[in-house]
Design a protein around this ligand. Structure first.
Ligand code: CS2
Length: 492
């Protein structure tokens, strides 16, 4: 086999014989969006929307920022590929639609030398700093909802404002320099799966800035806007097989392509303190209040994923599509969505929830996506308090059903304790709180409520008698070895 063509700017024309490539101007002098957290999702979502706009003549482009050591891998790959990457859209019928995306034109790491990152953010041309820093990256105490000042990185940057480590230190230092230089503030645009993500960011940044420099905090409150936004596109982890498919079937060497589903959605509040590209031209919806859309997506799609992921992990299903191919799982998911998640959503203007749920099941069933259960279960300690636990609390308050969601919590306890499925196969557990979850879960046999007594995750759930009764009976059965599918069937 001939050596595949290395993806980079010089080879774009050659790559263009295999798939669409960007032919727009990629010079870095009009970089007005700076993005922190360039994972697969960002590359399939905001960077893709901007790519569509650039094809339509938009001059703005993106500079990616890495604030974690783990980002050095992408940094190195981007250097050899001139920040180009392939987006492989995977259709349910097996078709793959690859396209080279060129909207990211620069990438800077903030871990070794924070100055170039601060300067990029403080640069006159920067109008938006967007974020995908994951649910866990917001640094708040889940019990109190307040900023977590105990974080040692935060402590460090409060003492050394010019040497920031977290997103908070970088944003405040860059905003301070803008204020001092008489430049307008940029918009801080959160793109994470958190209800009221913009409001949350405003509150957290406000608390940090207040502790660091109260005058600056006042300026930030007056000048910076924090639109809430709902983001959606299923983006599985890239596999070696994806890299090989590109090399073998398309003759292109890309060390880190991104794969995703065809569906894409972005609903954003139109409040940008320093202007924005005309994203509405490429299908982005601008609405006055994104709250209902966010809630719908988090409580149906993301929670639905967690339901399948945790129950599927115990059973031994490897991917989300293998879960929904299993009729019992599909029926269970629908029952959870209809009986527990939907009743608390109320009406959402312009949305038919039946259609939305039908489309979710279709999206989850895409056999070409192969979204791993381990990705879905990763960081459950940051996800479930946003996706699923509030639904249990709200149903308890309203007298609604909680059985379907409670079995997921029981499964999560078993998963955290045993770290293997019910066939004794090891599970890949990725969670910042893995040790704590394991320690709490392993007390279950002596103290059945030990896992749900972790207040920072569950609030006062364990004190609710109705919940405690259902949960205790479920963990009891799981620990006796009753198969998860039998427990699911009993509820159906
Ligand atoms: C998933 C999300 O992280 C998860 O558990 O539910 O990554 C999901 O795929 C995206 O939010 C889809 O927009």
């Amino acid at each position: 086999m001939a050596t595949p063509i290395q993806l980079n700017q010089a080879n774009l024309q050659e790559v263009g014989s295999q798939m669409p490539v960007p032919i727009y101007d990629r010079s870095a002098d009009k970089t007005d969006i700076v993005h922190i957290g360039v994972g697969g999702f960002h590359r399939a979502h905001l960077a893709y929307y901007l790519h569509l706009l650039k094809k339509d003549g938009e001059a703005s482009s993106l500079c990616g920022i890495g604030l974690r050591e783990a980002d050095t891998k992408l940094h190195a790959i981007f250097k050899t590929q001139d920040h180009l990457y392939t987006l492989m859209v995977k259709h349910p019928n097996g078709t793959i639609e690859p396209e080279v995306i060129g909207s990211i034109v620069d990438f800077k790491m903030g871990t070794t030398d924070p100055q170039p990152v601060i300067e990029r953010m403080a640069h006159a041309s920067t109008t938006i700093v967007s974020l995908t820093i994951t649910e866990g990256g917001y640094n708040f105490n889940p019990t109190t909802g307040e900023f977590n000042f105990d974080n040692p990185d935060v402590q460090h940057e409060l003492r050394h404002p010019q040497n920031p480590i977290t997103v908070y230190g970088f944003l405040t230092e860059a905003l301070k320099r803008r204020r001092d230089a008489g430049l307008p503030a940029f918009t801080v645009l959160s793109c994470d799966n958190i209800e009221h993500n913009g409001d949350m960011m405003r509150k957290m940044l406000g608390a940090f800035a207040e502790a660091q420099d109260p005058d600056l905090a006042v300026w930030i409150t007056q000048e910076v806007s924090f639109p809430n936004s709902m983001v959606d596109r299923i983006t599985p982890v890239t596999t070696q097989a994806d890299i090989e498919t590109l090399a073998q079937n398309y003759d292109v060497a890309d060390a880190w392509p991104v794969t995703c589903e065809p569906f894409i959605q972005w609903v954003v509040e139109d409040k940008f303190s320093n202007g924005r590209p005309a994203f509405e031209k490429v299908g982005v919806q601008f609405v006055p209040d994104v709250g209902p859309y966010e809630k719908m997506k988090l409580r149906l799609l993301n929670a639905g994923h967690s339901v399948l992921g945790l129950l599927g992990a115990l059973h031994g299903h490897p991917t989300i599509n293998t879960c929904v191919e299993d009729k019992l799982f599909a029926t269970y998911l629908r029952a959870f969505l209809d009986q527990e998640a939907t009743p608390i959503l109320g009406n959402i203007e312009g949305i038919n929830l039946e259609d939305y749920k039908n489309s979710l099941l279709e999206r989850f069933a895409n056999p070409n996506i192969k979204d791993s259960v381990s990705r879905i279960c990763s960081e459950s300690s940051a996800k479930l308090p946003k996706f699923l636990i509030p639904t249990i609390h709200e149903n308890l308050a309203a007298g609604g059903s909680i059985h379907f969601a409670t079995l997921v919590i029981a499964a999560w306890c078993y998963y955290s304790d045993k770290e293997e499925d019910q066939n004794r196969q090891p599970l890949e557990i990725i969670d910042a709180l893995r040790g704590k979850l394991h320690d709490a879960a392993k007390k279950t046999e002596k103290e059945p409520l030990a896992f749900v007594k972790q207040e920072r995750l569950f609030g006062a759930l364990a004190e609710n008698k109705h919940f405690a009764e259902i949960y205790t009976s479920m963990v009891h059965k799981l620990y006796q070895g009753v198969p998860i599918k039998k427990l699911m069937q009993d509820l159906g």
